[in-house]
Design a protein around this ligand. Structure first.
Ligand SMILES: Cc1cc2nc3c(=O)[nH]c(=O)nc-3n(C[C@H](O)[C@H](O)[C@H](O)COP(=O)(O)OP(=O)(O)OC[C@H]3O[C@@H](n4cnc5c(N)ncnc54)[C@H](O)[C@@H]3O)c2cc1C
Length: 284
């Protein structure tokens, strides 16, 4: 439970973090809240030679409206997001996902950027970011690029981030006032991670579902949007029956994970149950 030796550096700004990443090379690892990195180091799953602590970078911690989008700095803690009245009003699944993470100690220190860079398959954030069609902003020494959430998550602990890059911002389109959203999860009772987490966002006009977004975390090695469920409900007047029919399609087209917490069949069953719960909560 003791990590191997490492050099510790503290960055005070994004520019300084990027300089340090270049100077220190592939041996270096960024540390935000340390709530995923440090446990991995203690178990020697990860043994970086250099830690670049970015937890003190104030310019990475904010929640604001910016050019018609909601912008969240990568260093913003889960707790600050859970407590944001702007996000609660505009896109409630985001505050609900933040509030569902771990316990208050984890939420006070862990960051949205650290969580999605880590890409734990049971992490809560990916479902809401996929359903909300978020853009992930990645910065390196040459500038910034924007990656759709659907391209960012690439597999078990794998993302679109390259060596020497910093995740700086998460941007979400502001949903119309006819849109409602929610995040629901089946909690793994020991860790509080998601055995299955489902984010749903529904836009209705005159009672009909114009646009439906449903995404899952915890079900498969890569979080995903479930287009079969979405398409089954789009154009429908939501009812118990139409939601039930759509939810029954959940997780049919993906490779479902199996481990000692839940079998493949049980996880797939939970995906259908939680899709139904999420859709019923916002569409009926
Ligand atoms: C007891 C416990 C319970 C938890 N329960 C849950 C839960 O229920 N749901 C859930 O989703 N999570 C849970 N977590 C994980 C928690 O959300 C972590 O905070 C999160 O996974 C990592 O965020 P962090 O800021 O601590 O990142 P760190 O641990 O500091 O970093 C994680 C990884 O991301 C990289 N990184 C960090 N910031 C950046 C950046 N800006 N750009 C590029 N790379 C970066 C690091 O190099 C590292 O590889 C739990 C953790 C603990 C310890």
């Amino acid at each position: 439970m003791i990590p191997s030796d490492f050099e510790y550096c503290r960055a005070g700004s994004v520019a300084e973090a990027l300089d340090l990443l270049t100077q220190k090379g592939p041996e270096a690892k960024l540390m935000a809240g340390g709530h995923s990195l440090l446990p991995a180091m203690k178990l020697r799953f990860n043994s970086p030679g250099v830690i670049i602590d970015i937890s003190g970078i104030k310019e990475l911690s904010y929640i604001k409206e910016d050019q018609g989008m909601l912008a969240i700095g990568a260093g913003t803690t889960h707790a600050d997001i859970a407590n944001s009245s702007l996000l609660a009003e505009k896109i409630p699944m985001i505050t609900e996902a933040a509030a569902a993470i771990g316990d208050i100690q984890v939420r006070n220190v862990g960051t949205i950027g650290g969580s999605i860079a880590h890409a734990d398959p049971a992490a809560d954030w990916p479902a809401s970011l996929l359903a909300g069609e978020a853009e992930i902003i990645i910065t390196n020494g040459s500038g910034s690029r924007s990656v759709p959430a659907g391209d960012f998550f690439q597999g078990l602990f794998m993302t679109a981030l390259n060596e020497g890059e910093l995740l700086t911002e998460i941007r979400l389109p502001i949903p119309s006032t006819a849109t409602n959203s929610t995040y629901v999860k089946f909690v793994q009772p020991a860790s509080r991670f998601a055995l299955v987490g489902c984010a749903a966002m529904v836009t209705r006009t005159n009672g009909t579902c114009d646009q439906v977004r449903v995404a899952f975390t915890g079900v498969s090695a890569t979080p995903f949007r479930d287009e079969a469920v979405e398409q089954a409900l789009e154009g429908q007047t939501p009812s118990d029956d139409s939601i039930e029919d759509a939810a029954l399609l959940a997780a049919n087209e993906v490779e479902v994970m199996s481990d000692h917490f839940a079998s493949q069949d049980y996880r797939r069953h939970l995906a259908k149950v939680f899709a139904k719960r999420a859709l019923k909560a916002i569409a009926t």
